[in-house]
Design a protein around this ligand. Structure first.
Ligand SMILES: [Zn+2]
Length: 192
């Protein structure tokens, strides 16, 4: 499998969208609309273009949406010492965390595989660290699923796989804690 470069529409850098309210901490449901989901999916496809995967030839891109509206992109970065490899999801969330983000609302993941690519177990645990927590929410009464969990959007596109365009883009959604990592261990279990 060769790493094809998908069409790039946006620069591969973190950004905070402009617009009323964005840049501030917002209720998850206020920024996680269908337009944002599609934007995040496109960012994950674009992030894949920078994948460094000479050993697996399995490029992966990820994009995380912070609660303040910022989007951070990541790709898999492999290493000749295989165990030092970092997945796309962790690259993206480490970039976000290193910029001060502590609450990620959603993550989109894309690869060139025919089927959807889900995050590995290690990445699920790392993502789980930055899910919403009741104690950290501006609105302590917001006990919605969106506020307490993280949306995982798996993205695939027939057009991108063929190196053409992003036509036929499909998304499949899961909740991280509810669907992918039930009964998980997190900061709350340490009293944080
Ligand atoms: Zn992983």
């Amino acid at each position: 499998m060769s790493a094809r470069r998908p069409p790039t529409r946006v620069p591969p850098v973190a950004f905070v969208p402009s617009g009323p309210g964005l840049g501030e901490n917002l209720p998850s449901r206020a920024i996680l609309d269908e337009t944002m989901k599609m934007t995040l999916a496109q960012f994950s496809i674009n992030a894949k273009a920078n994948a460094y995967c000479p050993y697996s030839s399995f490029p992966v891109g990820a994009a995380v949406l912070a609660r303040n509206g910022g989007i951070f992109m990541g790709c898999n970065v492999e290493n000749a010492s295989y165990g030092a490899t970092c997945c796309a999801e962790r690259t993206a969330i480490f970039k976000a965390a290193s910029e001060g983000v502590r609450h990620v609302v959603a993550v989109a993941i894309n690869s060139d595989a025919t089927d959807f690519t889900a995050p590995c177990g290690l990445c699920r645990q790392v993502l789980r660290e930055f899910t919403g927590r009741k104690s950290t929410l501006d609105d302590p009464d917001d006990e919605s699923e969106e506020a307490q969990d993280m949306l995982v959007i798996l993205v695939r596109s027939e057009g991108v796989r063929r190196g053409k365009d992003d036509s036929g883009l499909e998304m499949r959604e899961f909740w991280l804690k509810k669907d992918l990592l039930p009964y998980s261990f997190g900061p709350e279990d340490l009293g944080n």
